[in-house]
Ligand binder design. Sequence first.
Ligand code: ZN
Length: 712
Amino acid sequence: MLKHMIILLTTGAIAAGASLIVANADDSQFGPSSPFYAPSTLPFHAPPFDKIKDEDYQPAIEAGMDQEIAEIQAIADNPAPPTFENTLVAMEKTGQLLHRAQNAFGAVSEANTNALLLKVRADEAPKLAAHHDAIYLNAKLFARVSALYGQRDSLKLDPESQRLLEITYDEFVHSGAKLSDADKVELKKLNEEISTLANSFSTKVLDATKNGAFATSDKDALAGLSDAQIAAAQQAAQSRKQEGYVLPLQNTTQQPDLSSLSVRATRETLFENSWNRAEHGDANDTRDTIARMAQLRAQRAQLLGFPNHAAWKLQDQMAKTPDAAMQFLDALVPGASAKAASEGKDIQDLIDAQKGGLTLQPWDWNFYSEQVRKAKFDLNEAEVKPYFELNNVLENGVFYAATELYGITFKERKDIPVYQADVRVFEVSDADGKPLALFYCDYFKRDNKNGGAWMSNFVDQSKLLGNLPVVYNVANFSKPAPGEPALISFSDVTTMFHEFGHGLHGMFANTEYPSLSGTSTPRDFVEFPSQFNEHWALYPAVFNHYAKHYKTGAPMPAELVAKVRKAKTFNQGYMLTELLAAAELDMQWHTLPASAPLQQPDEFEKQALEKTHLQLSTVPPRYRSTYFGHIWGGGYSAGYYAYLWTEMLDDDAYQWFEEHGGLTRANGDRFRQMVLSRGNTEDLAKMYAAWRGKAPSVEPMMKDRGLKELSH
Ligand SMILES: [Zn+2]
């Protein structure tokens, strides 16, 4: 019933339930011949990719929505008085067909897509959003849930069932189920206007970013770029039918080319283009759009009974309140900005030593810090990669760490059908030999795959539905020529451990209800198991087990290992400070009350940064308000802090392991039992504190970022 999360990418998918009734026989293309019609008969109910054709997804998704609405209506119309069983448990069983189709579709439409799949996704997105509203604004259904919620203390439910009732009730209230009919109309109007503005914001920023590219006909202006980068700039100009050279803008404030461009005037122009991209007073100026959105979001929060948008958004998160999130951010500011200031001083010293005769500005930072990096942290990728052969990293690193910690073992299965030939499947067995899960990995870059890396489920674990988890990881590592080894960077190694950490969260899930299973946790918790798992990549017993030369089998020389470790602390003050500035901007915008006047974004931004001690001349926010897509166009409003919050959790959790003997079965089993297997079955702050013995602290994060010595 609740929104299902694809890690890093969100879809509108709805969680599963069991039913063999196919409600809508009118969908002429959908019937018993569809590979989604009945549960898969493959091991673990794995998707039958050998039978699924691209044309099968859309009819199954549409029939799945129809079926779920019919199932939901039957629950709402049940003449029997509401019970936990006939309402909440029944709801958990709905939508099974939709879930089967959407889980398979979610994977292929992101990782192996084509024009047809993209069209299906565009067609279905608004229908799935309306589908969600049709369930959560169903007044008869809410009346049953609400009645049960009112009796929750006398129902004598087990803790997981109690949690399901509370979370389901909250989701209804959150979606507006408690409003009067007149207020529901008002809510719908606000939602529509907000989503129209969000769409308009995204369109404007896309154009503004495109138009903000740095263009020149003077090759000398690009001094410092490699021949390949210059060729790419020429190519970018040609594809825009322009003469000369073009450096397109990235989404962030800082631009990658700024670390190589040696002509200062070019750096300054490129930076200014980025910083002011959406503030030119033209059709792509987003200032009015965001000011209005902030106001409408505050009004919607007020309508739903909250003091501001952030309070509404954080109610179901681990942090729970904007104050908790802001206190956390505030605590990091002094250490981060002091470290950034010391990095800035190193850079200014270097400029002065070179008799540069200039004062460091934001557009100089990356150019000179790259020189500091080379001098202080020199790490040559080509030297390191031969020690990171992909298959060795997977089996002797990622899997090895999991076996040592949790006792699980892996066996490749070539008989399970996959959606693309590069995908591999492993059966995962528990320490006692019992089947635990299927794990798919799809690591190589393809033209028809989205960038980045992510994890999701084909099948969600649920004891109620009798399902074991089927999870997958996707990444974008360079594919070697046939017969050559896949040698990857340490950053890629870290990505493998990260995504596998999400994988473990999915595979260890051991809950009754699918809505509460595995990675179905709030945003400010879900990146915790993944980031936590990254720590094992550098843990000596694990690192030494996989970091071996692919030809000779020799371990990585100690000097090189030391460089890999040290490189992690480079520029951390800057990077943390720019993230903090963005996160604080997000919270400042979204704690405005409904009574606040329409804001002037430039002035508001300046004051918000001053107020949070982040108005720093050389460290601008990672995103400026006017092109901060996460908070205006994406799903991260009042949620950007979550990236840092989960970092606090993972460093704090790793410290517990360090204090208790590190990589041991006892430690792993306890963590699995108390955290990784629990999904969203209890209050996450309580769950964490019960495992850790106390609330999380920011100190280990500051130490890991190399800020500890400056934090007091
Ligand atoms: Zn992640």
